[in-house]
Design a protein around this ligand. Structure first.
Ligand SMILES: *Cc1c(COP(=O)(O)O)cnc(C)c1O
Length: 480
C-alpha cells in the first residue's frame, strides 16, 4: 500500500472532537470528567492507528466496523475499565499454603477489616489521648493488649519483623558485638540475611559454635567487653536434624543475666495461639519466651498471628524504651490501618475457640482432614453438576498435604483432601497457566503428578461460588 492509500484509510478514523458530540459518548461516560473522556477516546483512536500500522490491510469489513463511532466509543469504554481496575487485586488461593507470601500472607479477620474501615474512613485518636485531651502516642493502642496476652512488660509495633530486628540490633548493640550461634545465621527470602542485617545495623557479628552444635560454653567464651547483645534467631524456614544441640532457652536467659547482656530472640512467626495443643507442629508460643525471661522478642504480624504486616517487639520495660526512643523509630513506625487491624486481630486471642473462629490463618491451619473431605466433596459435586464444566473437566478427590508456609513450621504437614482436576486436551501446566489468567478472579493452583490440585484449605468461607465462577469463565473462554 502506498503512503497515500494509507492516509486515505486512516482518514476514515473520526476525530476525537467529533466523537465527543455523539449521544452515546454522553450516556456511556456520563459520570466522568471531560478531560478523562477525551483522553480515553484519544487512546482508542491511537490504538486503531497502531493496529493499522502493524497490519496495513485488515479485512475491509472488519476495518469498516472498527472505525464506526459506536465501536470506538466501546473501545474507549474498555480502556476506561482497565484504567479503573486496580492492578493489585484478589486471587483465589487453592495452593493449600496458608501463609503464602506471594499471595499477601494473612487474609484479615472480619473484625480487623471493620476496624480498618472505621479508622481509615474517619478521623481517629491515633496520636491523641482523649482523657486529658492532649497529644498521645500511636504505640499505646495495642501495647496493653499485647502485654496482657503474653505477659510482657512493654510492647512496640513497627513496619515488619525485618524492621523490628534491625531496630533492636541498632538500638541495643550498635558499635559493639552481638553473639549468634552458627546454626542460626538465617536467610529469610532474598535480602534478609542475619549477617547482612548485622552490617546494616552497625553491629559486629560474633559467631559461636558450629552449624549443627552450639553449647552454652561457646556463648560463655564468646562474651567479652564489647558484647552488647546475645541474639537467638528462630530457624523458621529450615531445620537442622540429627547430631544437633542448642542450649535450652532458660540457660541462655541465665547467662544473659549473669553477664548483664540483654538476650534478644527473633521468633520469626511468633504464635499467640497454642498450635501444638491442637496437634499441629511444635512452635512454642510467644509467652513461652517471655515467661522464660528473654529481654526482648520480635515476630511478624502477618505470619502465624494472622494479622496485618507488622513487626511486634515485646519485652522488658527498659529495653523496649530504648527502641522506642531511637531516631529510627519514626522511619519504621506503622500506619493507623495496621494498628487497627492488629488490635482487632488480637481481640480474638483472648480465647482459643474465638481465635479459631475469627482469625482465618488460625482456622485454616487447625482445620481437620475431615472438614477438608467434606469441602472437597461439596466442590466436586458442584463441578460435576455443572453442564459446561462436566464436559471439559475430569474431577476426582485425592489425599494430599497442605503447608503452613511463610517460612513457618517447614516440616509440618497438614493432611488434606484435594480436587484433582484434568482439563481435556490440556497439560496440567497449560491448564494451571490458563486458570491464572481468568479475568474476574485468577485462580492459583499447584501441580502434582501431572494434574492440577485444588486444596480447599485455603479457600475462604464464601469463595466456593467464586471458584466455580472462575472455572466457568475459563471453560467459556475455551469453548467460544
Ligand atoms: C519472617 C521472618 C523475618 C522477617 O519478617 P517480616 O515480617 O517478613 O519482615 C525475620 N526473621 C525470621 C526468623 C523470620 O522467620
Amino acid at each position: 500500500m502506498t503512503s497515500i492509500e494509507k492516509q486515505v484509510a486512516l482518514r476514515s478514523l473520526p476525530a476525537v472532537g467529533h466523537l465527543l458530540e455523539f449521544p452515546q459518548t454522553l450516556s456511556v461516560f456520563a459520570d466522568y470528567p471531560l478531560a478523562l473522556v477525551t483522553r480515553f477516546l484519544g487512546e482508542a483512536v491511537a490504538e486503531l492507528r497502531e493496529m493499522w500500522d502493524r497490519d496495513p490491510a485488515p479485512g475491509d469489513d472488519a476495518w469498516a466496523q472498527m472505525v464506526l463511532p459506536e465501536s470506538i466509543i466501546q473501545r474507549a469504554h474498555r480502556i476506561l475499565n482497565v484504567y479503573l481496575s486496580p492492578h493489585l487485586r484478589p486471587v483465589l488461593n487453592l495452593t493449600g499454603t496458608v501463609i503464602h507470601t506471594n499471595l499477601g500472607r494473612a487474609p484479615l479477620s472480619e473484625r480487623a477489616l471493620q476496624a480498618v474501615h472505621d479508622v481509615a474512613s474517619q478521623y481517629s485518636n491515633l496520636e491523641y489521648d482523649l482523657t486529658p485531651g492532649k497529644r498521645g502516642s500511636r504505640h499505646d493502642h495495642v501495647a496493653k493488649r499485647l502485654c496482657a496476652l503474653t505477659g510482657a512488660e512493654a510492647a512496640l509495633v513497627v513496619n515488619n519483623n525485618a524492621a523490628a530486628v534491625l531496630l533492636a540490633l541498632r538500638s541495643l548493640a550498635q558499635g559493639g558485638e552481638a553473639v549468634v550461634s552458627r546454626g542460626q545465621l538465617v536467610e529469610i527470602g532474598g535480602s534478609f540475611r542475619i549477617p547482612d542485617i548485622m552490617v546494616q545495623a552497625g553491629v559486629l557479628l560474633k559467631e559461636v559454635g558450629t552449624t549443627n552444635k552450639t553449647h552454652l560454653r561457646d556463648y560463655q567464651q564468646a562474651i567479652g567487653e564489647n558484647t552488647r547483645l546475645i541474639l537467638k534467631v528462630h530457624t523458621s524456614n529450615y531445620r537442622i536434624v540429627g547430631f544437633v544441640h542448642q542450649p535450652p532457652l532458660a540457660d541462655l536467659v541465665e547467662l544473659a543475666r549473669q553477664r548483664q547482656v540483654p538476650l534478644f530472640e527473633d521468633l520469626g512467626s511468633g504464635a499467640l495461639f497454642d498450635f501444638p495443643d491442637f496437634g499441629v507442629g511444635d512452635e512454642p508460643t510467644v509467652s513461652n519466651s517471655i515467661r522464660a525471661g528473654v529481654d526482648l522478642v520480635s515476630f511478624s504480624g502477618d505470619k502465624l498471628l494472622g494479622g496485618a504486616q507488622a513487626g511486634i517487639l515485646l519485652g522488658k520495660q527498659d529495653v523496649v524504651a530504648k527502641l522506642r526512643s531511637h531516631p529510627w523509630m519514626r522511619a519504621l513506625r506503622v500506619d493507623k490501618m495496621t494498628l487497627a487491624a492488629l488490635e482487632a486481630t488480637l481481640v480474638a486471642y483472648a480465647d482459643s475457640d474465638m481465635a479459631r473462629k475469627e482469625v482465618p490463618v488460625v482456622r485454616m491451619i487447625t482445620a481437620s482432614y475431615e472438614e477438608m473431605t467434606k469441602q472437597a466433596a461439596v466442590l466436586e459435586k458442584a463441578i460435576a453438576a455443572d453442564e459446561v464444566l462436566a464436559k471439559v473437566l475430569d474431577v476426582e478427590q485425592v489425599d494430599a498435604v497442605s503447608r503452613i508456609g511463610g517460612g513457618a513450621l517447614p516440616l509440618t504437614e497438614l493432611p488434606t483432601r484435594c480436587l484433582r482436576l484434568q482439563a481435556k486436551g490440556l497439560t496440567a501446566q497449560q491448564f494451571s497457566d490458563q486458570l491464572r489468567h481468568v479475568p474476574q478472579v485468577p485462580v492459583i493452583t499447584r501441580i502434582a503428578h501431572d494434574a492440577v490440585l485444588c486444596d480447599p484449605r485455603t479457600l475462604l468461607p464464601g469463595q466456593e461460588g467464586l471458584m466455580l465462577d472462575s472455572l466457568r469463565q475459563w471453560a467459556q473462554e475455551l469453548t467460544v
